[in-house]
Write a protein of this length. Structure first.
Length: 303
């Protein structure tokens, strides 16, 4: 499979794409309609409440998300560590308050702090700030993955951080793939996604799949791969890394029924998104009166 290196807003598969480049590929145009290129994560937020989504509330990245991104980078694209992350020095002074910055008369200590953080913010522009402790934990997780024969074999024999772009109803759709194993290897019929989670046990992780709609990801990405390459991959595997000590790892294959369910649900959301774009109407979930049963109410909270 021949992969392209530079990413463009057109159908294809692109290799070794940094998260910054992927997220920067945001807007596209169909005829006179401008739209945000849908992805699994975008569709998840959109489907919850289109009216709220269109107001574009700010994305807040948690420490857990940052640690997941760090492990992704260390495992899949280690050459990008220095361009994607910066370690906050342990001896860094406390950040100055806005009042200290605005003060007409500043103490020498405040001046030093302001100067320090101005320089640090300049160096850390477009980078994720991490701590020494986060790096140490990620290295422990990385060591466990490398020590697992099956996991390491997939890592060593996969295209990594590849982006697939396809068209649906004339609209572009995108997805970033962690690992696409060599088609001639043991996992050649699979797409593999790295997940760092504290819900490490299979039963606990099944709840995480429902909560974060990872079955949507499996269904959408399997379709994206086929559309972008003309080839099919039947299996979806999670490479699960425990977020807590002792940082174990393992492989989990998603059942075909769940992948198909995810595909049905994500394309329902995608159709709704395109309809909203074409009609320029983004309703809230109560645009029509709803009937709620105890079972469906329970499902909402289980999800």
């Amino acid at each position: 499979m021949k992969l392209k290196i530079e990413i463009k807003a057109e159908k294809g598969i692109y290799e070794n794409i940094t998260p910054w480049k992927y997220f920067a590929l945001k807007n596209a145009k169909k005829d006179d309609l401008e739209y945000i290129i849908p992805s699994k994560s975008m569709l998840t937020k959109f489907s919850e409440n289109p009216e709220k989504w269109i107001t574009n509330p700010p994305f807040i990245k948690t420490a857990s998300m940052t640690e997941g991104s760090l492990l992704d980078c260390m495992l899949l694209t280690p050459q990008l560590i220095e361009t994607e992350f910066i370690v906050k020095p342990e001896d860094a002074p406390r950040r100055p308050t806005q009042a200290q910055i605005n003060a007409e008369k500043k103490s020498d200590k405040a001046k030093e702090s302001i100067e320090y953080w101005e320089k640090f913010d300049l160096r850390s522009k477009n980078k994720e700030v991490i701590t020494k402790n986060q790096v140490a934990n990620a290295k422990k997780a990385l060591k466990k993955i490398k020590a697992n024969k099956k996991c390491n074999e997939i890592v060593e024999n996969s295209s990594k951080q590849a982006v697939c772009i396809a068209e649906y109803r004339g609209f572009l759709v995108k997805g970033m793939f962690d690992m696409i194993p060599d088609e001639n290897g043991e996992s050649g019929d699979s797409i593999v996604d790295l997940k760092r989670t504290s819900a490490f046990a299979p039963r606990a992780f099944s709840g995480i799949i429902r909560k974060f709609k990872y079955h949507w990801q499996a269904g959408l990405y399997r379709w994206l791969y086929k559309e972008a390459t003309g080839k099919e991959r039947q299996k979806w595997k999670f490479m699960i890394s425990d977020a807590e000590d002792p940082y174990g790892c393992g492989l989990l294959t998603m059942h075909e029924d769940d992948i198909k369910r995810g595909e049905d649900e994500v394309f329902e959301a995608l159709d709704q998104y395109i309809d909203c774009i074409e009609k320029q109407n983004f309703p809230n979930p109560y645009n029509r009166e709803k009937e709620l049963t105890i079972k469906s109410f329970s499902d909402i909270f289980n999800d």
